[in-house]
Design a protein around this ligand. Sequence first.
Ligand SMILES: Nc1ncnc2c1ncn2[C@@H]1O[C@H](COP(=O)(O)OP(=O)(O)OP(=O)(O)O)[C@@H](O)[C@H]1O
Length: 252
Amino acid sequence: MNTILELKDISKTFTKKNTLHKALDDVSFTMKEGECLGIVGESGSGKSTVAKIITCLERPDNGSIYFKGKDITGLTRKERKKLYKNMQLIFQMPVDSFNPRIKLGSSIIEGMLNQGISKSDAKLRMYGFLDLVGIPREYALKYPHEVSGGECQRAAIARAIMTSPDLLICDEVTSALDVTVQKQIIELLDKLKKEQSMSYLFISHDIALVQQFCDRVLVMYQGQIVEEGTVDQVIMNPKEEYTKKLIDAVLL
Ligand SMILES: Nc1ncnc2c1ncn2[C@@H]1O[C@H](COP(=O)(O)OP(=O)(O)OP(=O)(O)O)[C@@H](O)[C@H]1O
């Protein structure tokens, strides 16, 4: 299997209340094509910063990011737009990921229009994807605040996969939803995993979800990767004290 993503020695420091805070400290890992890689860790361990660095929403202080063999570390805004055809990010708060003044359908097809696909073709393709994610076609005419959180997250997933990306980054995509809806969204992602050939980076503080969904897992603590391996190795047989504590906290 080819490597789709590689992070090499990534560090990132933020200034918080006039003091420097190291959010990522020499983070390195690789992902294979078709793999589903989980990142777990407590709040503030650096998981979302990894997602933002990969999608070039934040620039690292040090280190390099390679996507499909190409160095994408310092992309310009224009180059980033091109990258987003192949790499998509779904966030925790579905409503916030849409422009409140734009109807869901228009937001969903925007990426395709940017790629030069005609409006009529983009609309047709969108209906197919709305069917796939399980929301009625007429929801395309609704505004984000007119649908439930779960429906909005389904729309966000439709928008993300419309351009057939190679990599889908899911950052706490179920955290803001109630338990029943969480289950439905995971079932949807599971279905997509079987039907669409994509690699998944699945960021979550929920170890049980990662165990269910991922092949391999990285454990982050204070901006560093402290343990990595297959889900069975790390979750069933953790070596690091921190991972054991994280797992115990879920089982309590
Ligand atoms: N833009 C920013 N400015 C200042 N500090 C930031 C910024 N973004 C992240 N941080 C800090 O960097 C650290 C890592 O944050 P990050 O959001 O990556 O953690 P996380 O593991 O995703 O946490 P959570 O699970 O709560 O989302 C935290 O201490 C956070 O406060």
